[in-house]
Design a protein around this ligand. Structure first.
Ligand SMILES: *Cc1c(COP(=O)(O)O)cnc(C)c1O
Length: 403
């Protein structure tokens, strides 16, 4: 018997990657999620769906995005060759549109009227509002009042794109409450709405579905890197919030002899509340409908988190990352706020590419790794561009201080 390729064999039929994953749902939603899974497995594997998504990627998103050899950064670091997969050049400036277009296309095939989701920093909200405009669907984004204040430009973007932004005013008024609020609204009419989760998290089938939609990043990059260098990369590096851009890159290389590093935000220290390094410091637990490794307080509730990059600010991580880390297929690395700020300026000054603060975590770690492995190559997923971060940086870490 031939062995199924990795993507077809993980997760199992119940949505488990090893012991992680699953679907922990209120009874009213169990049927709904089964329907979504069935729809994804049938429609998502149909010729028409695949062709339409490929067409969108090419003509609307501008894919394939390039792989680029970062020559001046490599020379500056003086070690392994560093290559960037340029997801910052994907339409809307980050990788998130890859899974939003896939989820929205599925919603369209299912005859849904409205896309609904939560957003933290607003990046997922903007990508989903873009997809909704493209397909002519309604879009409702739940966002904590604290985040609405902090991430004003993204709130405006969503409104320009025609989405309704619902402020969430209870509890800590940030991402966790936004998830609870969006889920509550979704439960009122799951027949008409499609819940579009923003990373490889949530109940089955979302971690699988979002990974599959993101795997285009890895499959493109593998071909491009081989074409460019005649070889496979020795190392893969990507930042990990929920883990979608990392899984997108890693999933195409599962059977290859490549070391894979997921970079978590080490923030300002090792105490709870100072970082969001879930795999580094977390324990097994269930949050938002799936079993994974999470940062928790003594009593098992989700711990407060911090990262300079709001897109990495999540107290858990996709179940597939928990699994791949548990079998040592991937390695967990970290970059702290200070290293990330330095990497943000290094990539800007040496390559003319302003990275998202999320992606700058991966750059910071790649620069450390390059020194340790001078004769190797590193392929890094540059998940997004940094335009959204420039006001924050100018105020808190002014360019003049980094000459
Ligand atoms: C949201 C975001 C991330 C973090 O999400 P993952 O699911 O871990 O990829 C990383 N980079 C950028 C640019 C983002 O917008």
């Amino acid at each position: 018997m031939i062995e199924k390729p990795y993507l077809k064999s993980q997760p199992n039929a119940e949505g488990y990657f090893g012991e992680f994953g699953g679907a922990f749902l209120p009874p009213e939603l169990i049927e709904q999620f089964k329907k979504i899974e069935q729809a994804y497995l049938t429609i998502g594997n149909s010729h028409n769906f695949i062709m339409e998504l490929r067409d969108i990627r090419k003509h609307y998103q501008g894919r394939p995005t390039p792989v680029y050899y970062a020559k001046r950064l490599t020379e500056y670091v003086g070690g392994a060759r560093i290559y960037l997969k340029r997801e910052d050049l994907n339409h809307t400036g980050a990788h998130k549109l890859n899974h939003c277009m896939g989820e929205a296309l599925l919603a369209k095939y299912l005859g849904k009227k409205k896309l609904i989701a939560e957003t933290g920093a607003g990046q997922h909200g903007v990508a989903l509002a873009t997809a909704a405009a493209y397909f002519g669907l309604e879009c409702e984004i739940h966002m904590g009042e604290v985040d609405i204040e902090k991430e004003h430009p993204n709130v405006i973007r969503m409104r320009i794109l025609g989405a309704k932004v619902v402020p969430v005013g209870f509890g800590g008024r940030t991402l966790k409450e936004a998830v609870d609020s969006a889920f509550g609204a979704y439960m009122e009419d799951p027949e008409e709405m499609f819940f579009a989760i923003g990373s490889v998290v949530g109940p089955h089938p979302y971690p699988m579905m979002v990974r599959d939609f993101q795997s285009v990043v890895g499959f493109e990059a593998r071909d491009q890197f081989m074409d460019m260098t005649g070889n496979l990369p020795d190392n893969l590096v990507a930042c990990v919030g929920g883990g979608s851009n990392a899984m997108g890159l890693f999933s195409a290389f599962m059977s290859d002899p490549c070391e894979m590093y997921g970079v978590e935000p080490a923030g300002t220290g090792t105490k709870l509340g100072q970082h969001a390094a879930s795999l580094t410091y977390g324990k097994p637990g269930v949050l938002h409908g799936f079993n994974s490794i999470m940062l928790q307080n003594e009593d098992g509730t989700p711990a407060p988190v911090h990262s300079i990059a709001s897109g990495l600010d999540y107290p858990s991580v996709g179940p597939e990352h928990a699994y791949l880390n548990s079998i040592s297929r991937t390695k967990v690395a970290t970059a702290n706020d200070a290293e990330t700020v330095q990497a943000f300026y290094d990539l800007s000054r040496y390559e003319g590419i302003i990275p998202a603060l999320e992606s700058a975590h991966a750059v910071a770690f790649a620069m450390k790794l390059a020194k340790e492995k001078p004769y190797e190559s590193i392929l890094l997923n540059l998940s997004g561009r940094g335009d959204k971060d420039i006001d924050f940086m100018a105020e808190k870490f002014p360019p003049e201080d980094y000459m």
